[in-house]
Design a protein around this ligand. Structure first.
Ligand code: NAP
Length: 301
């Protein structure tokens, strides 16, 4: 997986077996940036030119494996870990391992409006991680992503209804493709010695703010089956999700995703994707046109 054409300071990419990190790794390979692909399961790492593989052991919790995997890495793309009760600890361990390994720049995938009192409870974890990175004094870039547009086809119930306590709120959702384009810009610059993105926090949104009624209307057009939105109260939202048997912290995370739309905290649109990539971010309609298979499960049978 090595290539004589790949160059620059070494970039370490996490999450390469997932949607965002996988996109970033492919883009960096296309750009000829030397990278180490970090994964818990090295057998699932994509085969990309200019890359080597770093085994992360048990993942962000595994300080020893992280330090070894990061040896020689200049810039780390740190994809936030899967939601877990101890996610803050996992992120702290990963950041500390990176600093110990001599990483010179951490590019962290955070969330729009990350803060200690954010309505969306998982955004509080992101704020905690951001603060820890700053405390360690390592140069950083925070990519504060809005809600992914990609996920909405998969939030539709079997009855064709999107339900949640979002009221009539709006949000400036963004696609993983556009976040990956921004991340590639930042990482490639860092790899080439350009420090202009260090110390920056970027709010990354789509081109417009949309309501869940508008999301349902776009899904209806894309799949040819009526999709609707029904606003729940908070009590209804907790009750309708109790059947999944998930732990309280997870159910709260799910419910507060919608509640943060209702409060207006996610009603934010920035020009940052365009400023950093030179192209406009995709709307939900454009995303659904580019990826029609995303609504295959919603089409009339
Ligand atoms: N803005 C939003 O709306 C939104 C929505 C969903 C998620 N997110 C966040 O964005 C992140 C990336 O999104 P995605 O679509 O790429 O998610 P994804 O497709 O589920 O991929 C997650 C990636 O992170 C890795 N990972 C998860 N937990 C880890 C850990 N503890 N240690 C090491 N690696 C770990 C996974 O590795 P394995 O293959 O080994 O599991 C996988 O490669 C998510 O992890 C989540 O934190 C944001």
């Amino acid at each position: 997986m090595t290539s004589s054409t790949a160059g620059g300071r070494l970039v370490g990419v996490t999450g390469v077996t997932g949607g965002l990190g996988g996109r970033v790794a492919r883009r960096l390979a296309d750009a000829g940036v030397a990278q180490r692909l970090l994964a818990r399961d090295p057998a699932r790492v994509p085969d990309l030119a200019g890359s080597t593989v770093g085994a992360m052991g048990d993942g962000y919790h595994d300080a020893d494996a992280m330090r070894s995997a990061l040896a020689g890495v200049h810039t780390l793309f740190l994809v936030s870990g899967g939601e877990a009760a101890d996610r803050r600890d996992a992120h702290v361990t990963a950041v500390d391992a990176a600093v110990d390994a001599g990483v010179a720049h951490i590019v962290y995938v955070s969330f729009l409006g990350a803060g200690p009192e954010a309505t969306f409870t998982f955004a509080r974890d992101h704020w905690h991680t951001e603060e820890h990175i700053k405390t360690r004094g390592v140069p950083y870039t925070m990519l504060r992503d809005s809600l992914y547009l990609d996920v909405w086809p998969h939030f539709v119930g079997a009855d064709g209804v999107v339900r949640g306590p979002a009221g009539t709120g709006r949000f400036g959702g963004v696609t993983r493709d556009d976040i990956a384009d921004v991340a590639t810009t930042v990482l490639a610059a860092s790899s080439s010695g350009d420090t202009s993105h260090e110390g920056r926090t970027y709010d990354l949104t789509g081109p417009a703010s949309i309501s869940l009624a508008e999301v349902a209307a776009e899904l209806t057009i894309a799949c040819g089956q009526m999709i609707t939105y029904e606003a729940e109260t908070l009590d209804q939202a907790y009750a309708s999700r109790s059947a999944y048997g998930a732990p309280d912290w997870m159910v709260t995370g799910w419910v507060t995703t919608y509640a943060a739309i209702a409060t207006g905290e996610l009603d934010v649109v920035t020009p940052t994707v365009n400023e950093l990539t030179g192209h406009d971010p995709m709307s939900l309609a454009e995303f659904l046109a580019r990826y029609p298979a995303e609504v295959d499960h919603l089409r009339p049978t």
